[in-house]
Design a protein around this ligand. Structure first.
Ligand code: NAD
Ligand code: DAU
Length: 344
């Protein structure tokens, strides 16, 4: 492994992964291949923009000719596929791009990996493929995939394609299924950056339903370390769950966030719930632990570090929140917030 193509590398986790890999390995060349959708952001890669080991290609993973050209031109031996539409709420409003990128786009990458005999194809997947998990149980990698949103279904479809290429063609694949990531460079549609930036501006925090849904919030750089480990030590054909193994109610996350920012919970508004909202995800992380990985941050530490990053990096998020985001926010929350009463 030497020349790695990181698809979706201008997004949140992808950019953190690129920074991690260039910090850790002197002799790897990284090609970021990214379409730059609304979620792709070159600011995320500023720290590495002058690094001679890094190259950027602006293109779509659904474009087979562009994928093949990038692989040949940069002598790629490994693909790590982060590219996807990633926001559950947007998938409910308009699923089309989710299916295009995660189903057709993953197929295009797999075909290219097969054609050029790549050393590794690694798929970045999610705990959402397992669906809602009842209390007292944690998902293991061999569980059935029971996705319930268009986003989760698009990701589960990709996992099935990856597995099919392993079984049918012995393409050397691995999959990681991560829980909710938080940290620097997360587009502020996702709950933690949305709430941190709204709170800093004194805007309401739209908590869906009763706010007692459970998520496993993990620090993005911990997740990147685990992906790196699976790339180097993972068993071909296998999937690995990556999380903290500890889930938390959304309201508890909000309280920690507001405490770190020294702001009041008066900002909380309970708004109409997300349709089909999965109440709980929970990962059994025994398999990735057995490879030697431990998360460096608890969920609470991850939330606090993240809150401070948004407090200290307004340069990054203010321009996002003043652009396309405004129309999205109005469509997603305008009516719900009008109908919501303050909690206190
Ligand atoms: P993100 O939305 O921040 O970034 C996605 C990136 O993919 C963007 O840079 C975008 O421009 C690019 N992209 C989208 N469609 C593309 C296409 N057709 N061709 C090329 N590039 C395209 O996403 P993220 O939160 O960083 O998530 C990255 C991956 O990790 C996704 O596959 C997601 O499903 C998975 N994941 C995310 C989380 C999380 O909590 N954010 C958790 C587990 C798994
Ligand atoms: O679990 C991994 C997944 O985590 C990733 O695969 C997805 O790409 C990523 O977006 C994330 O999905 P979630 O739907 O869990 O994340 P989100 O930040 O949208 O929501 C987290 C929780 O907060 C969820 O229970 C819904 C709730 N929420 C979210 C928003 C945006 C609110 O209560 N209010 C909000 O405004």
């Amino acid at each position: 492994m030497k020349n790695i193509m990181v698809t979706g590398g201008a997004g949140f986790i992808g950019s953190n992964f690129v920074i991690h890999m260039l910090e850790k390995y002197d002799d790897y060349q990284i090609v970021v291949y990214d379409k730059l959708t609304y979620a792709g952001n070159m600011d995320n890669l500023l720290d590495v923009s002058d690094d001679p080991r890094y190259t950027f290609v602006k293109a779509d993973i659904c474009d087979a000719a562009a994928v093949e050209q990038a692989i040949q031109q940069h002598n790629i031996d490994t693909i790590v596929n982060f590219a996807a539409e990633t926001h559950v709420d947007r998938s409910i409003m308009n699923p089309d791009a989710f299916i295009q990128t995660s189903v057709y786009g993953t197929y295009v990458l797999l075909e290219a990996a097969r054609k050029f005999g790549l050393e590794r194809y690694h798929q970045i997947s999610t705990d959402e493929v397992y669906g809602h998990i009842p209390a007292g149980y944690s998902s293991v990698e061999t569980d059935n995939l029971e996705p319930r949103s268009p986003y989760a279904a698009s990701k589960a479809s990709a996992d099935l394609l990856v597995n099919a290429y392993w079984v049918t063609y012995q393409l050397p694949v691995t999959i990681t299924r991560g829980s909710n990531n938080i940290g620097p460079f997360q587009y502020p549609e996702k709950v933690v950056p949305l709430f941190a930036t709204n709170a800093i501006d004194g805007e309401p925090l739209p908590v869906y339903g009763d706010g007692r849904q459970m998520r496993e919030y993990q620090y993005v750089r911990d997740h990147c370390e685990a992906i790196d480990l699976v790339l180097h030590k993972g068993v071909l054909g296998e999937a690995y769950n990556i999380g903290t193994g500890v889930e938390m109610e959304n309201l508890a996350m909000v309280e920690i966030l507001l405490d770190e920012l020294r702001l009041s919970s008066d900002l909380i508004r309970h708004v109409a719930d997300r349709p089909g909202h999965d109440r709980r995800y929970s990962l059994d992380i025994g398999k990735i632990r057995a490879l030697g990985w431990r998360p460096r941050h608890s969920a609470e530490e991850a939330i606090r570090v993240t809150a401070r990053w948004y407090r200290d990096n307004e340069w990054w998020w203010r321009k996002i929140k003043s652009g396309e985001f405004k129309a999205y926010y109005q469509a997603q929350y305008g009516r719900r917030l009008q109908e919501a009463a303050p909690t206190n």
